[in-house]
Every structure is written in structure tokens, then in C-alpha cells.
Design a protein around this ligand. Structure first.
Ligand code: C2E
Ligand code: MG
Ligand code: MG
Ligand code: MG
Length: 287
């Protein structure tokens, strides 16, 4: 009886696994055409400056208008893009689209200050002519390097750290800022803080989620904030969803907050509206 049940669940497991593998390889094939079919869009999520209440920057987050599955977010297809190598051409599209958007926002003038757009960079991009790719996009749209920030996930930085370092130095010297994303997770090595030209640490959302409930997380966030301060880096908390988390982050001295508490990632037009509102009201109330 028990044995039969077990066999049943094993079989179910196989079917599910099989379905997932089929789905995954189908997704990988469909990714091949997503660029040509113009199925990608950048959404933007504000990062709010703790000191002024103003939007200090936005993060570009890739969305895929999938013909069969609807709107997919990065978490749902970036892993497949990494496996197929498609992440490199897709990443080029992202950089170019972010520069195009920066140009539009800068030209629209008025309520829209020139805040940097942070783009997520996958490690293979670093080894695929990243400085040239960025330079070309900046020149094509005529925007300054200060329009861009790169977000790089530390857990993936490992393999050829020397080469990555020299590429990132070149980019950093051109005036583009660099953030370490998901800081504190993965195979973090504090030595990257010494070797890489870093401007910003983004505290991973897993440490933010239980702030106030898990005192270990309070201690970890406090330690990261203090370390960032000592190294003269800005520190951003991601995944901020509640007033309680925000209060604790303020107390601990975190510089910027990003998360659903302020805004979900939004299409460009909507985030621009919100940005115009936030930054004009906070500038009058703080003046
Ligand atoms: P990430 O860079 O750490 O981005 C943060 C993720 O958390 C995003 O998921 C965002 O939508 C989500 N998020 C933001 N605020 C909150 C919150 O308050 N609560 C919760 N629970 N989640 C929040 P998304 O858009 O699915 O992206 C997932 C990952 O995919 C990103 O993690 C990034 O590593 C990668 N990714 C996204 N866009 C790109 C891209 O253009 N290029 C590359 N290479 N990777 C990208
Ligand atoms: Mg990011
Ligand atoms: Mg992150
Ligand atoms: Mg993340």
C-alpha cells in the first residue's frame, strides 16, 4: 500500500519534471525570437533617498511580453537566457533601451531630473566587450555616462576575477557607477570590495524580509550598513515592503530604499508620472 503510494508520487514527480523540462526548452527556443519580434520591455522601479524622500535613481527590470504565457518577469526567464547565451544580445538590447529612455527623460526636461538608470548585468556580458557596448549606446543616444549604473550580482563574479576587475575599472573610470546586487548572498567574498571599483552595495531582499522579526537580520543589515559607511559606499535596501522595515532601515542608516512599499516596477510612462510627482512635492516640502 505504502509502496504503491510512493510509486505514484515518484511517477507524478517524473511527469512534473518532464513537463518542466519541456516548458524550459520551449522557453529557450522562444527566447531565440523574442529580440527580433520586439517582445521585450523595460520596467522601472524607483530607489528613494532616505535623507530627502526624493527618487535618487531607478532600476531597469526586463519584462518579456510572451506570446503564449503573457508578461514574464526576469526571475521567470533570465535563467534560461543565461543557459542559452542569449543573455549577451538581450543585455545589449537592455543597455541600448536604457540609454534611449535616459535620453527621452532628459529631453522631456521639466519635472524629470536626470537620475541614473541602473541596469542589471549578467557576468557573461562583462567578458563580451561590455565597455564598447556601453560606449556605443551612450554615443548613439547622446547621454552622459552618469546616466547609467551597472548592477552586478556578486555571487557570480567569481571565475575570472582579474579580467572582470579590469573591465569594470575601465567602465568605472568612464564615469559609470557600479553596484553589487544581492549583497550578502551566494559566495560572497569580502575581497571583491577591495579589488572591484564599487560605488554601491544593494542589500539582498532576503535580509530585509524579516527585519524586526528576526533579530539576526537586523544585525546583518546593521553590519552591512556600517561596512558600507566605512568603505565610503552608498547602501541600498531592496525588497522594502512595509513601514516597519522602512523604520528599521532608517534607524540603521541605510541610504536608499527600493521595494513595493514605494512602487512596483512600472512601465516608463507610469514611473515618469510618479517620479515627477514625488520629486516635485518632496522638493517643495523640503525647500
Ligand atoms: P534583482 O536585480 O535583484 O531585482 C530585484 C527583483 O525583486 C525584481 O524581480 C523585482 O521585481 C523584485 N522586487 C522589487 N521590489 C520588491 C519587493 O518589495 N518585494 C519583492 N518580493 N520583490 C521585489 P524580477 O524583475 O523578476 O527580476 C529578477 C532578477 O532577474 C533580478 O534580480 C535580476 O537579477 C534579473 N534581471 C532582471 N532584469 C534583468 C536584465 O535586464 N538583465 C539581466 N542580466 N538580469 C536581469
Ligand atoms: Mg538588480
Ligand atoms: Mg537584487
Ligand atoms: Mg535579487
Amino acid at each position: 500500500h505504502a509502496k504503491q503510494e510512493r510509486r505514484g508520487s515518484v511517477q507524478f514527480f517524473h511527469e512534473e519534471l518532464n513537463a518542466r523540462m519541456v516548458e524550459r526548452s520551449q522557453l529557450e527556443q522562444e527566447l531565440q525570437h523574442a529580440l527580433e519580434n520586439d517582445e521585450f520591455e523595460l520596467y522601472y522601479q524607483p530607489k528613494v533617498d532616505a535623507a530627502t524622500g526624493r527618487v535618487a535613481g531607478v532600476e531597469a527590470l526586463l519584462r518579456w511580453h510572451h506570446p503564449r504565457l503573457g508578461l514574464l518577469s526576469g526571475g521567470q526567464f533570465i535563467p534560461a537566457a543565461l543557459d542559452t547565451g542569449k543573455v549577451v544580445p538581450i543585455g545589449e538590447w537592455v543597455i541600448s533601451a536604457a540609454c534611449a529612455q535616459a535620453k527621452l527623460w532628459q529631453e522631456s526636461g521639466a519635472g524629470l531630473p536626470s537620475i541614473p538608470i541602473a541596469v542589471n548585468i549578467a557576468i557573461p556580458q562583462i567578458y563580451a566587450n561590455l565597455p564598447e557596448v556601453i560606449d556605443r549606446a551612450l554615443r548613439e543616444y547622446g547621454v552622459p555616462p552618469s546616466s547609467l549604473q551597472l548592477e552586478i550580482t556578486e555571487s557570480l563574479l567569481i571565475e575570472d576575477i582579474e579580467r572582470a576587475t579590469s573591465v569594470l575599472r575601465e567602465i568605472s573610470e568612464s564615469g559609470i557607477t557600479i553596484a553589487i546586487d544581492d549583497f550578502g548572498t551566494g559566495y560572497s567574498s569580502l575581497s571583491v570590495l577591495k579589488t572591484l571599483p564599487i560605488d554601491v552595495l544593494k542589500i539582498d531582499q532576503s535580509f530585509v524580509r524579516d527585519l524586526g522579526k528576526d533579530l539576526g537580520d537586523n544585525a546583518i543589515v546593521a553590519a552591512i550598513v556600517n561596512m558600507a559607511r566605512a568603505l565610503a559606499l552608498r547602501v541600498v535596501a531592496e525588497g522594502v515592503e512595509t513601514q516597519e522595515q522602512l523604520n528599521i532601515l532608517r534607524q540603521l542608516g541605510c541610504d536608499e530604499h527600493q521595494g513595493y512599499f514605494y512602487s512596483k516596477p512600472l512601465p516608463a510612462a507610469l514611473v515618469a508620472e510618479q517620479l515627477g510627482r514625488t520629486n516635485s512635492t518632496s522638493s517643495t516640502s523640503h525647500a
